[in-house]
Design a protein around this ligand. Structure first.
Ligand code: GLC
Length: 562
């Protein structure tokens, strides 16, 4: 097999939500100096790429995903000098930096939009999607963060509606306008010239729309992405962006791709097409959700066979062309150990380390979300007033206005709410977990005082944190764990996920339990095979040679086969 080796395939990404990482100014909000302070820690994890959620100037309607100046740093986070210091501190340590590129929409406080809404003749008018009121009410478009779920907002000044797929303060940019596209390519160059190493592209399939805005079909079932995103020009734009900007730099790109199905995957990441390196698909994120719903939990529990199928199908789709990205949580979805594992005291350690083992032994670049390395869990707020996320707040308001079931929604948010994954980093057992000297912008999970913090885990050689370092090192030491073929064993088993990874003569067996029950597994194919246990998160007494495996709850074992 010919390996198309790339640094971004062999890299391990650490995602930082800057607002929650480390405060150094005492305003309860994380900042760039805080990240600088923690660079040695990040380096010590063995990861080598940092993805920063947006740090640009923003009124923070959606925590930085509403950008009012793409070339300035958010005041709460610091200055451009802090940014430069961060970048150079990272370079010194051999860490690469990936920024968030949010260009489906800007903030309504961006200069472009301020101009655009002034008059129909304004030079910037065509930077956004406007619908003149004399044409009547625009065809229904659904909006994520709008209390009335209406993506069209009437703007009196010019007697027109503007489009916003997200909040009213996030008007959608009109990619059909070549001038707008040039502005975006320019701002990308600005950051590349500074030395950043790539972009994570926010809701990238949304940038192209059918701008005739056809009426939704009769049978419209709420699954709006096929109608609103993935528009006719999407791949033209991505190829143009590649030709005009990306191909000039040694950088990586990863698109956030809600609504992109597996059969469309190669249209984005097949290297021959010169578009993106990787993207985040949403199949796993949708597994425990109602069909077509990003944020509503489904009634019946998810099954391990479904989980395996998603990963096996995606691995196969990208086995020969393109490249995958592996993630179990991020700033939009709850904590992995609470969602895919078991965060009860009994099973927390094994669950957290088992999931780390999974991420780091699959093909595809692993993305670790800050705090995942110490097994941070969902906070599960009891009160709506604890939430800061516009998504939860506005959906609660919609339910209130429609006389819906708020209690059911509160329960739902305990499992689905985005703030579960945004609570401050748990550094130590001091006040506010060492995150800030003052009250943090979002409540801290109290379990920081019960061992889920960096300092306590540094001191314990058997901690989740130290296991993470070991599994990271294992991946780095074994090229087969990066590039090797993946083969699923026992696809029908609902307790354990077992696969091999093979590259030339190198072969590894990975056995992961997703169950709180013990199991005895027999693998006939391995009878007589010699094996060495490389890593396990629990007592591993199994002899591969007999083909028999004693599996403990949430057990993870990695064997090298001979
Ligand atoms: C993406 C971001 C999310 C944000 C949304 C709108 O999904 O990850 O946090 O709210 O886009 O920009």
């Amino acid at each position: 097999m010919e390996l198309n080796r790339q640094w971004w395939k062999e890299g391990i990404v650490y995602q930082i939500y800057p607002r929650s990482f480390q405060d150094t100014t005492g305003n309860g909000i994380g900042d760039l100096q805080g990240i600088i302070k923690r660079l040695d820690y990040i380096k010590s994890l063995g990861v080598n790429i940092i993805w920063l959620n947006p740090v640009y100037e923003s009124p923070n309607d959606d925590n930085g995903y509403d950008i009012s100046d793409y070339r300035e740093i958010m005041k709460e986070f610091g200055t451009m000098a802090d940014f430069d210091e961060l970048l150079s501190g990272m370079k010194d340590r051999g860490l690469k930096l990936v920024m968030d590129l949010v260009v489906n929409h800007s903030s309504d406080e961006h200069q472009w939009f301020k101009e655009s809404r002034k008059s129909r003749e304004n030079t910037y008018r065509d930077y956004y999607h406007w619908w003149p009121a004399e044409k009547g009410t625009p065809p229904k478009r659904w909006s994520f963060f709008d209390v009335e779920s209406n993506a069209w907002k009437f703007d009196e000044k010019t007697n027109s509606y503007y489009l916003h797929y997200f909040s009213v303060k996030q008007p959608d940019l009109k990619w059909e306008n070549p001038k707008l596209r040039e502005e975006i390519y320019d701002l990308m160059r600005f950051w590349f010239e500074k030395g950043v190493d790539g972009f994570r592209m926010d809701v990238i399939p949304f940038i192209s729309k059918d701008i005739c805005f056809p009426k939704l079909p009769e049978k419209y079932n709420g699954d709006f992405i096929p109608f609103y995103a993935n528009g006719p020009k999407l791949h033209d734009y991505l190829q143009e962006m590649n030709q005009k900007v990306l191909c000039d730099y040694d950088i990586m790109t990863v698109g956030e791709a809600p609504g992109v199905s597996i059969d469309q995957a190669l249209n984005f990441v097949n290297e021959d097409r010169k578009e993106l390196n990787m993207f985040f698909h949403f199949d796993l994120m949708g597994l425990d959700r109602e069909p077509g719903e990003t944020f509503m939990m489904r009634k019946e529990p998810w099954k391990l066979t479904e989980f395996k199928k998603i990963h096996s199908d995606w691995d196969a789709a990208l086995a020969n062309k393109g490249w995958g990205s592996m993630y179990l949580n991020n700033h939009d979805f709850p904590r992995s150990v609470s969602r895919w594992g078991n965060d009860s005291k009994t099973h927390w350690y094994n669950s957290a380390t088992m999931l780390q083992t999974f991420l780091l032994t699959m093909r595809g670049t692993p993305y670790i979300y800050y705090g995942e390395e110490i097994g941070m869990t969902n906070i599960k707020f009891e009160n709506l007033s604890d939430y800061k996320d516009i998504n939860t707040i506005n959906r609660a308001e919609t339910i209130r206005q429609n006389g819906g079931d708020l209690d059911a929604f509160i329960q739902n948010e305990k499992d689905a709410g985005r703030d579960n994954a945004r609570t401050p980093m748990q550094w130590d057992t001091s006040t506010n977990s060492g995150f800030s000297t003052e009250k943090p912008w979002l409540k801290i999970n109290e379990n920081f005082s019960e061992g889920i913090n960096v300092a306590s885990q540094e001191a314990d050689k058997n901690s989740v944190l130290n296991y993470f370092r070991e599994i990271v090192q294992l991946r780095k030491d074994h090229l087969a764990l990066v590039y090797g073929e993946y083969e699923l064993l026992l696809p029908e088993n609902e307790q354990v996920y077992i696969y091999t990874r093979s590259l030339e003569q190198q072969r590894y067996l990975i056995l992961l339990s997703f169950s709180k029950e013990r199991a005895l597994i027999h693998l006939e194919n391995f009878v007589g095979t010699n094996a060495k246990l490389l890593l396990s998160n629990d007592d591993a007494v199994s002899m591969v040679k007999d083909g028999n495996f004693k599996v403990r709850p949430y057990h993870a074992m990695v064997y090298k086969l001979f």
